[in-house]
Design a binder for this molecule. Sequence first.
Ligand code: ACO
Length: 432
Amino acid sequence: MNKTAKIEIDGKSYTFPVVEGSEGECGIDISTLRQVTGCITLDDGYANTGSCLSKVTFIDGEKGILQYRGIPIEELAQNSTFVETAFLIINGHLPSEDEMAKFSSQLTQFQNLHEDMKFHFEGFPSNAHPMAILSSMINATSCFYPQVMQPYDPETFQIMSSRLLSQVRTIAAFSYRKSHGLPIIYPKPSYKYTQNFLHMMFSDPYEDFVIKPEVWRALDLIFLLHADHEQNCSTATVRYVASSRANLFACAAAGVCALWGPLHGGANQAVIDMLEDIRQGGDDGRKFINEVKDKKSGKRLMGFGHRVYKNYDPRAKIIKKRCDQLLEVLKINDPLLDIAKRLEECALNDSYFIERKLYPNVDFYSGIIMRALGIPVEMFTVIFAIGRMPGWIANYREIAEETSQRIYRPRQIYTGLTKNPYVPMEDRVSKP
Ligand code: ACO
């Protein structure tokens, strides 16, 4: 029998259907709530709101489970690559050999930006944050490929989404070169996705950067682990913008902006800043933990806590292991890693963190890996954005293919002034 839920308002009872997902999650479908009761729901930060049905990613935050298209993240991290996983997320199945070859060759074919786009980079100040450049340049891409603004059709989407996935790393690398006053390095068709990104970041016009396998594999893993995470702030933003039928590049640019904040993708940069402050202050971490617990300090343990995970973030487990391995292979002794481990140990044994179910999230150790790879701190969130692109594209696709999809338009409970008459300028009393 189908489950239902009853809501009682002023003694009157209303029945609503309960929708069940393929992993047993249930949601009360209140689509007709306002129509039949006159009321709306109020849900601070949308913590209890399911905004869509989606087939892309499943998370069980209590158990620490993450699956892309049903495949556990641990299996993908062990066996797949970022590009294969991107295909899976966007298309819903692992690629056959032919599909993989076609997808790879499209990513290579689209890797160069339109040559005129290069001039846009010149206009940014040299200290511009690369996330600002990234969002602007992704948005600007629609000027060069206006077909993206046509109503959705699968063939154009396939080309445009491959172009976006390929060019996001070219734009990202160009923005880094620009902000460091370095000459732009063009992509090389002989390199695969992640090698090519490292090449464009670190090669010189006269000398190619030597790409060690453990280095590109570690970065590829970081991309893969960030590839999707259901309705997080940036993906929900992409869906929001897509619901107005804005084009794919505009939606992805909006996703980059949402990702930028320190409570979301900007946390990986904030973690390193925090660890560096602790190191420079000569603290072994304990003083900082006490400051965090004292809410008056306004400090948070960055890289800890998650809206969905109330258990160890499975991505953090994978990253922590790879971080140890990489630093050993590269013979790097990073004092920030020691501080991070001490903070983690303190926090995991402290009632403040235990009671609130605060565990390390994906950002806690990813910054230390990126530091070891030579990626500057201001590029950390850009790396996240490259990784998250398949998830944004897949979520855009779900919206675009759903013809009955309505524009996202929440309501509000108004708490402002009422019956406030317009006062002419000469009668207004100035406030001190
Ligand atoms: N350090 C200290 N206390 C924390 C932390 C933290 N990192 N995170 C949450 N808390 C506390 C809050 O102060 C609150 O305490 P209270 O109940 O006494 O008021 C309680 O835990 C619940 O916190 P909320 O802010 O309500 O949790 P929310 O789900 O809204 O926020 C978030 C989740 C934003 C990730 C939060 O945990 C945080 O700010 N973490 C640090 C930033 C970070 O690492 N962000 C990356 C997230 S992962 C990602 O985007 C890829």
